[in-house]
Design a protein around this ligand. Structure first.
Ligand code: DC
Length: 212
C-alpha cells in the first residue's frame, strides 16, 4: 500500500504521515527533508539557491542517510529548499530516490507537495492536508520559538505566504491537491483528532486495519 500525503507548510502533514506509517506498519519518507538537505549542502558549499545547476548537483550528491535533522529544520533551510525545489533539474535529481522508496515491497507513506500528482500518481490513498494560514503561521512560530529561534509571528506569517505562493506557482510539479485526493483540513483539529481522521480515510479507502 502506498499513501501519498501532500499539503501546505505547517498543515500537520508530516505528523500525520509519520502517524499513518506507524499505524499501518509502513516505511515513511519525508520528501521535504530531501529538498531541505540539498539546500543546506548547497549553501554550505557557498552556492546560490537560485543557481539551478549548482542546486541540481547538490541534489544529485545527496546521501539521505547522512541528513542532519537539526540543521535542515531552520526557517532558512526551509526557504532555500522552496527556492531550489522550483528548479526542474533538482526535482529530476530527487525523483528516482523517491520512486524507489515508494516501490519498496512493504509499502510506504510519502509526504510532500507533489506525491499524489507526480511521484506516486497511482498511490492507493491520497490525502491533501491544509489549514487556515493564520493558524499554520502560529503553529510554525511556536515550533521555532520552542527550538530557541528569535523570530516574530509576523515574520513567520510573511514567510509562509511567500513559500505557499512559490510552491504552488512553480511550473514544474507545483503543489496542488491531486484530483482524486481527499482534503483534510486540520484548522480545528487537535493532533490526535487529525491523525484519527487520516487513519479513518485510509481505512475507508482500502479497508486496511491499523496494526498499532
Ligand atoms: O515540507 P517542507 O517544509 O519540509 O518542504 C520544504 C520545501 O521543499 C517546500 O517549501 C517545497 C519543497 N518540496 C517540494 O517542492 N516537493 C516536495 N515533495 C517536498 C518539498
Amino acid at each position: 500500500m502506498i499513501i501519498a500525503v501532500d499539503g501546505t507548510l505547517a498543515s500537520g502533514k508530516g505528523t500525520i504521515a509519520r502517524a499513518l506509517a506507524e499505524a499501518f506498519g509502513l516505511a515513511h519518507l519525508d520528501t521535504g527533508a530531501l529538498y531541505r538537505a540539498a539546500a543546506v549542502a548547497l549553501i554550505d558549499a557557498g552556492g546560490d539557491p537560485a543557481d539551478a545547476n549548482a542546486a541540481a548537483s547538490a541534489a544529485r550528491s545527496l546521501d539521505p542517510a547522512s541528513i542532519d535533522e537539526t540543521r535542515i529544520r531552520t526557517a532558512e533551510a526551509g526557504a532555500a529548499a522552496s527556492v531550489i525545489a522550483a528548479h526542474g533539474a533538482v526535482r529530476q535529481a530527487l525523483f528516482d530516490l523517491q520512486r524507489s522508496f515508494a516501490a519498496r515491497p512493504g509499502g510506504a507513506v510519502l509526504d510532500g507537495r507533489d506525491i499524489g500528482t507526480v511521484i506516486c500518481p497511482d498511490a492507493d490513498v491520497k490525502i491533501f492536508v491544509d489549514a487556515d494560514p493564520a493558524l499554520r503561521a502560529e503553529r510554525r512560530w511556536r515550533e521555532l520559538v520552542a527550538g530557541g529561534a528569535d523570530v516574530t509571528l509576523d515574520a513567520i506569517a510573511a514567510q509562509l505566504a511567500e513559500r505557499d505562493t512559490r510552491d504552488a506557482a512553480r511550473e514544474d510539479a507545483p503543489m496542488r491537491a491531486a484530483q482524486d485526493s481527499i482534503l483534510l483540513d486540520t484548522s480545528r483539529l487537535s493532533i490526535d483528532a487529525a491523525v484519527s481522521a487520516a487513519i479513518a480515510i485510509v481505512h475507508d479507502k482500502t479497508k486496511a486495519v491499523p496494526v498499532r
